[in-house]
Design a protein around this ligand. Structure first.
Ligand code: KG4
Ligand code: ZN
Length: 347
């Protein structure tokens, strides 16, 4: 298949998806195999780290074989293997990195350690060839909520981050209290379509004037308290109204802070990414706010928003082009900082 193309494999196992993809020239998706553990963790109401690691271990060889088969490439045609080395669950990260190191060593393929948030951001470069640093990115996922200046493919400046819950985490908790189960984000999204977003005015938390940090735990607690009081008073609540009102509150804050960051930095648009970027109300609100300002919106297709191997390959491709390879001693870093990742991943 090679045809003079540069082939990158990306391996992701930081949370509950075992995912491996093969990309040509950093953009063309030859395969993107994702084995989700949602059904397994569902009965516990969230991801159980120990169980996640065990399933990664069992699934990786099968996902790897399928990724190669679907791509129609052989191992000897791969130019580099990228693997998520952090942040994430330590045991889960270890499964992906141990596998990647073994394959890279056995087949003599260069190895690249990838930062999970960097890969979410660079997922945008797969479908949007015109997007090049510097640009502004909003990361909204289960573990992270960040406004980041992407100064180069490997250079990041965090402008704001959540001080408590990540937005996806708040979605998942709210879903649980209104009885929707795990994973909550997509279920809240669906149910909210039938509800009134102004039925309950939940708290919007903006923190200090000028702050680009986020805080969602107050809004989440507001939902829990509202439900408890209604229960005590014997009132019935409409779950769709709660879902829509919660969503409205967090989206207003996210959009407002993103616009402040954009006004302050002056970039021509915003690249949105992470699992919560699948959310239909957020996508619509962001598109509207940006078009009012004459700014651009870059956002991946939903399959590239949630955890996947293609985004890891896209980031590994960029890292390799700038010479940022890992050694065979690549470690895992559950709390890896995006601004200082390079030194750690190249030791
Ligand atoms: O990026 P991701 O797959 O994993 C992390 O890096 O955390 O994000 C997963 C998060 C979960 O919290 C999930 O509930 C949320 O993304 N999510 C959504 C939607 N689809 C996934 N949240 C809101 N609306 C959605 N449609
Ligand atoms: Zn993620």
């Amino acid at each position: 298949m090679k045809d003079g193309k540069h082939i990158t494999m990306g391996i992701e196992s930081s949370c509950d998806e075992t995912a491996i993809a093969v990309l040509a020239d950093g953009r063309e998706i030859l395969s993107n195999v994702i084995s989700s553990q949602i059904e397994i963790h569902k009965e516990y109401g969230g991801v159980v780290p120990e169980i996640a690691s065990r399933h990664h271990l069992n699934n990786i060889p099968f996902v790897f074989d399928n990724a190669l088969k679907e791509a129609g490439v052989s191992l000897s045609e791969i130019d580099e293997i990228g693997v998520t080395a952090g942040p994430g669950l330590a045991g889960a990260l270890l499964m992906g990195t141990a596998f990647a190191k073994a394959v890279a060593f056995a087949a003599g393929i260069p190895l690249v350690g990838v930062h999970h948030i960097q890969s979410h951001i660079l997922a945008n470069t797969i479908e949007h060839p015109e997007l090049e640093p510097p640009f502004l990115a909003l990361v909204v996922s289960g573990g992270h909520t960040h406004l980041i200046e992407v100064l180069g493919y490997n250079e990041f400046k965090v402008l704001g981050a959540t001080r408590d819950d990540a937005v996806g985490e708040a979605y998942d908790k709210v879903a649980r209290v209104i009885g929707l189960g795990y994973p909550g984000g997509p279920k809240v999204d669906r149910l909210a379509k039938e509800g009134n977003p102004h039925a309950v005015e939940f708290k919007r938390v903006y923190l200090e004037k000028d702050s680009l940090d986020f805080s969602f735990s107050g809004t989440k607690t507001g939902v829990i308290n509202y439900l408890h009081s209604a229960e005590q008073r014997g009132e019935t609540v409409k779950p769709a109204d709660i879902a829509a009102s919660f969503q409205q509150a967090v989206i207003e804050v996210i959009v407002s802070k993103s616009m402040t960051a954009l006004d302050r930095t002056g970039y021509e648009g915003l690249a949105v990414c992470g699992g919560v970027a699948c959310n239909s109300a957020l996508r619509a609100a962001m598109a509207e706010a940006l078009s009012e300002r004459g700014k651009k919106l870059w956002i991946p297709s939903p399959i590239l928003c949630t955890d996947n191997g293609a985004m890891v390959a896209a980031a590994a491709f960029r890292k390799a082009r700038e010479g940022h390879y890992a050694s065979g001693r690549l470690d895992v870093f559950p709390g890896l900082n995006i601004e200082t990742q390079l030194g750690k991943l190249e030791e």
